[in-house]
Each structure stands twice: as C-alpha cells, then as structure tokens.
Design a protein around this ligand. Sequence first.
Ligand code: ATP
Ligand code: MG
Length: 558
Amino acid sequence: MASETNETREKSLNFLEEIIEESIARGEKRVQTRFPPEPNGYLHIGHAKSICINFGLAKKYGGRCNLRFDDTNPVKEDVEYVDSIKRDIQWLGFQWAEEHYASDYFDQLYAWAVELIRKGLAYVDDQTQEEIRENRGTVSVPGTPSPWRDRSVEENLNLFERMKNGEFPDGAKVLRAKIDMAHPNMLFRDPIMYRIIHAEHHRTGDKWCIYPMYDYAHGQSDSIERITHSICTLEFDVHRPLYDWFIRALDIYPSHQYEFARLNLTYTMMSKRKLLKLVQEGAVMGWDDPRMPTICALRRKGYTPASVRNFAEMVGVAKRDNVIDLGKLEYCVREDLNKVAQRRMAVLNPLKVTITNYPDGQTELFTAVNNPEDETAGTRQVPFSKVIWIERDDFMENPPKKFFRLSPGGEVRLRYSYLIKCEEVVKDDAGNITELRCTYDPMSGGGSSSDGRRVKGVIHWVSAKDAVEAEIRLFNPLFTKENPDDVDEGQTWEDNLNPESMVRITGYLEPSLREVPVGEAVQFERVGYFCPDTDSTPEHLVFNRTVTLKDSWAKINR
Ligand code: ATP
Ligand code: MG
C-alpha cells in the first residue's frame, strides 16, 4: 500500500514544485529558499513540515536554502531558542547554505525607512497604540487619518532619527508607512514599520531602541538574500501585497511569496504561546517532554528523523487548511522503526512462572535475532533460568477457543527458547493469580521443536533473576479532544489536557537493554517501541514508549 502511494506521488508534482518548474522553464537560473523561524520558542512538528518543504525543494532543484532568524522582537527572543532551532534542523537531516538574522539587516532596514520617509511614503505618528487601533476603522468603515499623517519630510526625518537615538520612551511614537487609510486590506491602512522598545536584543545588544515590525522586515530580508521562492503558511497571504508594496517602493530585488496550508494535527496544540504556557506552568516536564509536539520532544521520545521526513512527504502540501490524523504520524514512526529498530524482550505486566523441572541455579543462554528485517543487525544472547516473567495477558485461566497462548494444561513456546506447559495455577487468598507452575520440554530448546510438535503460541519472557527493572513511561495524547481548542462552556483549552497523558509503570527488561543509547528506540517484542529517556541513569533506568506496535486508537485513512 505504502509503495503504491509513493509511486503515484512521485509522478505528480505538488503545487510548489509546479511553480518552481514553471519558473525554471521561464529562465530562472536559481532556486533559493529559506526557513525563517522567529527564535521565540522551540520548533514543532508543523515547523518540521515547513523545514522539509523549504530544504526539500532546494535539494530537489539543485538550489540553496538559508536559515534566517526573524528576530525583530527583542522581548520574546533568546539564544536558547536559536541554538535549539539549529540543532533540530540538523537532526532532521538538513544543512542550511547560509545562516542569517533579520537583526543583521537592521542598518539596511533603517536606511530604507529613511528612504521611504524621503519619498513621502512614511511618517512618524505620535498616537498611542490604542488610538492607532481605534482609528484603523473596520472592514466596512474606512480608517481615520492620524493628525500627524502630513508632517513634513524634514520633521519626520528629524523625529525618526531621535527615535533611534533613544530620546523617546517606549510607545511614544511609531513610524508608519503612508499608504491608504481606506484600503480594503486592513494591513495597508498605514501599517506600523518601527516601534520604540528599550530592550536588549540577543544579538544587537543595546545598539537599537527601535525595532522593525515583522511585516516591514520580512519581505526585505527575503529580498536581501535574493530568495526566489519565499514559502510560508496561508495566513500570510494577506501580507504578501504589503511585502510587494515595500519591495516596489524601494525598488529592490522582488522575492515572490507562495503560501501553503499549515500542518494541523488531531490531539495536538501547535501554538507556541500555548506551548510556552504549558512549560512555564509545569504542566509538562519541559519543551522536550515527550508529550509535546516539539521536534526535541519527538527526538526524546525516540522518533527517527526519517519518520518525521516521511510524514511530511506523506501529508504533502495543500493549498487549503486541513487537519491530519495524529495516527498518520505514528504510522510513519512505526513503519521506519520496524525497519531499523532492534528487537528485545521486556515484560511490562509481569506474571511469575516457575519451571518446576528446570535445575535450580542453572542459567542457559539462547541466541536471539536482533532484527528480522535487517540481517546485519546480528544476534545476541538472552539468559534463561528456572523463574521467568511473562506478560499477564499471555495467560488465561478459561481461554476462548482461539487463544493460543498459555492456559491450564496448555503448551506455549517461549520465544527463542523452550516449550512450556502449564501444570498448576497458584492463587492468593483473594483469588488473584500469583504464579504459574510449569514444566518444560528439555528437547525443545533453541526455538525449534525437535520432536516435531507444533504449538501455535509464542510468547516473550524475561529471566527473573537476570531482569533489569526500569521505569516505563507510557505516553498518550496530551489532549483529550481532537481539537484541543474545542472548549466547553466556562472552560479553557487547558481543561482539555489529558490526565492520563503519561502513565508510569515498572517493567522487567532483558539485561542487554542496559546498553541501549538514550533516544534510540528498540522494539520490545509484541509490546511496542521504547527508548531510554534522557532521565535514565544506570541506577534508575527510564524508558519512554515511542509508539505502540499497532494503531490502537487512531483511524488511518490513507
Ligand atoms: P509565531 O506565532 O510565533 O509567529 P509560528 O509558528 O508562525 O509562530 P515562526 O517561527 O514564525 O513560528 O515559523 C517559522 C516558519 O514555520 C514560518 O514560515 C511558518 O509559516 C512555518 N510554520 C509555522 N507553523 C507551521 C505549521 N503548523 N505548519 C507548517 N508550517 C508552519
Ligand atoms: Mg510566524
């Protein structure tokens, strides 16, 4: 099924590829894209899609993709975010051609603002933010021009320079483009270009106390970098004419913007502001809490870069907003891990099994295959002894007809090891099963039945005296609602947080699981994919559930 879908996809181009191929056909020699994050938070799976598109298109067409930090708001931005963004892009497997910062262009942007003032296309406004908002009008009512709209060029130049020199407090003045206070696109009603913020910037320090608005900086930054295809999400389509207006007014290199639908996922919150709130309020363990949709969280949870890239490819680029099933992401993770993850045995809900006819104190080693999908992964030795743990679910006292695992008098194969037969069920006073007493067939070791008897059931197990205990963190969606913003009367989106999003249990692991590196997912056979967490220490192992083995809850409509 998957390969079929891939083949059909390879034949048809997505609309961005069509645009690029058309521009190449028209004679455009370069493909230059960029990924333009604002360093005000950690990147999430939505950004991953944007990264895959921008870097992917550059790669496909022999072009280049820049990383540009749109760092125009000193109050919300930080180097912590810059560093995390770089790490995440590289983890996804991409490398930028050039690293830029909108703040590197502050001198140029200032000079251009002066130029626009000279051309009579910008003015200093003394109105408060409040007044500016009120006077902007509505879609049906034209705005009211500011009383300062017709200041002379000289006065504007003088005031703007004094704004830059720090003569005015925050909010006292702004620089606005002089366009059209009755324009049907509200963004054209004399948009603010610069505001006064006496705040230290993470790169320019205290050099500036006026900062350009995103809308004034973004298009020109693209132009400076001679971006041929400036790709962004749909909500910016109303901004495009404004970017074009600045570019024309300044007569500089015309970058073209193209918009695609942002990625929305069920059960997932993608607003950076709200994610930050979860972190600040301690609702999660941090930006990289495995329940978060951030790239660093996916990494910590054991997702592979390839699975995230495949997901971006699978959901494709659309021109209309839609919501993708979270199950699709998990499907991609499962599909990749099935190929690359090593297999191990671990019991998460243990039931004690004593093999009565097995010698006390004896240990045998059985050879287990590390990955049936990958011969090069080799084998390992798994210890076996008289007392083992099996999964409670693998035993039923009164089994239905098609139950091929263990039941009274029944026989089952222990994976890579012996056949055992359940002879006795031990219970406590309350009637709970506490132990099974079994016998083994000494001739059946090593995974193949020497006497030719076939049993249908194969179950996993761990030798009790060799087992390593670990804290296992089972993750479920962070929100109980498909749309976390779907709020009941009198509640907030935070009431939709899932109280069961992390369940901690104790698991019993085969000893080789001590050696798995942090973040590397392995398959606990028949149970799911798990990886050691960053909290894991040799004294206290912690494993995250990366993804279940089967799609247990989401619908996949491919
Ligand atoms: P903010 O509200 O802080 O602007 P943002 O999510 O837009 O948040 P940016 O750092 O501006 O964050 O985003 C960088 C790039 O990633 C932009 O080009 C943006 O369009 C894109 N992007 C953001 N969210 C998504 C998403 N959910 N799906 C696809 N692309 C996205
Ligand atoms: Mg943004």
